[in-house]
Every structure is written in structure tokens, then in C-alpha cells.
Design a protein around this ligand. Sequence first.
Ligand SMILES: NS(=O)(=O)c1cccc(NC(=O)NCCCCO)c1
Ligand SMILES: [Zn+2]
Length: 260
Amino acid sequence: QWGYEDHNGPDVWQDLFPLANGDRQSPINIITKDALYDPSLQPLLVDYDPHSAKVISNSGHTVAVEFDDGDDSSVVRGGPLMGNYRLRQLHFHWGPSDGHGSEHKVDGVDYAAELHIVHWNSEKFSSFVKAACAPDGLAVLGVFLKVGEPNRYIEKITDTFGAIRSKGKQSPFTNFDPSCLLPASMDFWTYPGSLTVPPLLESVVWTVLKDPISISCEQLAMFRSLLSTKETAGIESCCMTTNHRPVQPLKNRKVRASFL
Ligand SMILES: NS(=O)(=O)c1cccc(NC(=O)NCCCCO)c1
Ligand SMILES: [Zn+2]
């Protein structure tokens, strides 16, 4: 099973997942001076129904809030996107210390963590799984987390950790609108990329917000206290201390900016 340790981590994912060395892999280092301002980019518009939120789960690789994607109650549109993309799940990536943990970088700088809000193209496809195999099938909104003040909305997520400590655990989680985890500005960079976890499918239109949201170091420590092992693991249980993929080659891609 793939993971983030030496024996099963990002450096050996290519053994089982050949796309690891593909032409549009994520994450990347966003070099701001090379980003092209594109005035034709529309504003990114999110419209989420808090009742779409269903469960929060420990997948063993991250903690994810899963949404009911049976209709277009919660969507993102605009920006570089053609049509509606339906909200599916959100999850986080972090590192072993506060100094790094984001997946994307900005001018070589890491943030402490990164939130991914995952959507799929419900205009062209009938399911997430089908959309995940198409070049414009998924839209992931990336939000950087910077260590600072405690975040009262992240607190709603960390409050559930006692019930989902080990891999495979789930807990009801509703009445949650992910807009509360977005910064004041919706300025973004966008580029064509991939899932940052196996199978690394090259089906993601990435939009990475320029401004971070805050998270406290205590809240970050709670993410690292989640377990990547099942409850039955007993004494061999281990903490989810890191789950971020290193940056990948830009190759023949352009990053566009929605702002000057
Ligand atoms: N990291 S990411 O590129 O945003 C990305 C995009 C789409 C799916 C995923 N990850 C998954 O689907 N993981 C399956 C388990 C997560 C829900 O428990 C990650
Ligand atoms: Zn992710």
C-alpha cells in the first residue's frame, strides 16, 4: 500500500503508478514572476450548501470531509472552469513540523499545510470516478495554511478527531460550508495538473489561492496525532506526521494568474 515513508513514499510511487513521471504532475513550485496575468479569467465563484456535508473520515492518508455529490447543490464555477464542478470532498496535507507541509510552494516557500477542496465536472460526466480519468474532469481549489491565530472553523474539524483517530474511522459531519475555510481574497493561480496522491491521474484543473488562512500550531499538532493505522494495530499504531508530495517538474506548462 502506498504511503509517505521511505519504502512506500513519493520517490517509489513510480514503481506502481507510472503517471508519477508524467507531463502534468502536481504539486508544483509557483514562480510568481513567471505567472501570466490573464484578464480573461472570470472570478472563481463557490456556491456551497452546508447540508451537503455528510461525514468526516480518516482515510489513513489524510482526514477528509465527504459531501453528497448526488446533485448540484454545492458547486464551483468561473475562474478557468467551463461549467459547474460539483463538490465531492475536502482534505488536508501537512508536514512533520510547522516549517513545511504544503504541497504547492510559492517562490520556493512552503506553508505549514494545504487544504484541497475537490470537485468534479458534472456537466460532462456522470460520476467522480469517470471525471477523474478526463483531462478537465476535476477542479481542486488549493488553500495555504499559515501558522498563526487559531482558526475557529478548523476547530470544527479537529473537534472530531477523537472519534476518527485511526484509519477507516468515520463520523457524521454536517451543516458545514467550506466557504468558511477560504481567505478574504479569491485571487488565484491556475494550471493543468494531477492528483497529488496515487493514482496521480492527470485530470485536475488546479486553482491555488494566493492568500493563506490561519491555523495555530496546536491545531496543526492535532492533525499529526491522527493515526495512519487501523485501531487493531494496537502497539504498532503510527501517527500521520506527514502526507505532502514534493513539487514536480513544470515541463511544458504555463501558470496563469487571475490578478495583476
Ligand atoms: N490531493 S488531491 O490531488 O487534491 C486529490 C484529488 C482527488 C482525490 C484525492 N484523494 C482521494 O480521493 N482519496 C480517497 C480517500 C479520500 C476520502 O476519504 C486527492
Ligand atoms: Zn490533496
